[in-house]
Design a protein around this ligand. Structure first.
Ligand SMILES: C[S@@+](CC[C@H](N)C(=O)[O-])C[C@H]1O[C@@H](n2cnc3c(N)ncnc32)[C@H](O)[C@@H]1O
Length: 278
């Protein structure tokens, strides 16, 4: 199946290029407030951050078709010793935008993949009460729905074409609220995700398979390195990505198979790049 992909370089607080109700699934990972390493000082205040989420949630609701799903990979964030309740706030913001809160999956990373593993070691140096600072091995995947899906809107053929592999579903335990997936180490090598807080392919892979049909359109408004477009393309879905940083263009193109390296994707697929700045 030939698919079409679009990258918009700009701020996803507005999604003017996307018409109402033209997206079938959103899967994305917004910045985690002013996360140490990745987004230090990006937002002037937590309120400013929540305003960004509010505008983005409103736009996500507008562009999504009735009955469809929006998924956020997000987590509470510890900044300067203070923990910000991002999951609770984002859930509230999405509900206020009109979405129904449908599910929360906990993503567990493998032991040994921590980024701040010395945090919990404080207690070993000071084995006394009040020195407990646990390392975070978890992230959240929160799932929202816009109204009710009309199961009869898909023909038998369309349903069969996007059938979910029951063996994969069972063996990888997709059925539970605990998903064990290996995370991308941000600075491990010279990979395309270097310096970008990318999620692993496995995350959009599961979400796209579970909540969209082949030939439909998947949106990621915080595109980063382009993981969602890459997986959408592999799974024969169209896609739209929005990313603020224009300097990620080459990285994204390379990752999604429209770069210099010869790719194994369907060569008939098309890519459109829109730059609001030009
Ligand atoms: C957590 S990363 C997403 C990583 C992506 N899931 C991947 O696998 O590569 C968030 C991305 O959102 C971008 N971003 C932050 N604020 C934005 C905004 N208001 N509009 C569009 N992009 C934004 C950042 O530049 C960053 O690349």
């Amino acid at each position: 199946m030939t698919t079409h992909h679009k990258i918009i370089f700009g701020n996803c607080m507005s999604m003017n290029e996307i018409d109402d109700q033209t997206v079938h699934l959103m899967v994305t990972s917004p910045p985690y407030f002013n996360a140490p390493f990745d987004y230090q000082g990006l937002y002037s205040s937590y309120d400013n951050y929540l305003n960004v989420l509010q505008s983005f949630a409103k736009e996500a609701y507008r562009v999504l078709q009735n009955g469809r799903i929006s998924v956020l990979n997000i987590d509470d964030m510890l900044v300067d010793g203070r923990k910000y309740p991002i999951v609770a706030d984002a859930t509230k913001i999405f509900m206020e935008a009109g979405f129904n809160y449908r599910d929360r999956i906990t993503w567990k990373k493998p032991d040994g993949y921590l980024r701040i593993s010395r945090r919990s070691g404080v207690l070993l140096q000071n084995p006394y009460p009040m020195y407990f600072y646990p390392d975070n091995l978890l992230e959240n995947i929160i799932i929202f729905q816009k109204g009710k899906f009309d199961y009869k809107s898909k023909s038998k053929e369309e349903r069969e074409l996007s059938k979910i592999d029951k063996v994969e579903f069972q063996e990888k335990k997709w059925y539970s609220t605990l998903w064990e997936m290996v995370n991308v180490l941000p600075n491990s090598s010279n990979n395309l995700e270097k310096g970008i807080a990318a999620f692993p392919d496995e995350l959009p892979y599961r979400i796209i398979k579970l909540f969209s049909y082949k030939g439909e359109t998947v949106l990621d408004p915080f595109l980063g390195s382009g993981t969602t477009i890459k997986v959408a393309r592999l799974l024969e879905r169209n896609s739209i990505g929005i990313e603020m940083l224009e300097n990620l263009e080459e990285t994204i193109k390379e990752k999604i198979g429209f770069g210099k390296t010869i790719s194994l994707f369907n060569t008939e697929d098309t890519l459109e790049v829109i730059k609001r700045s030009s």
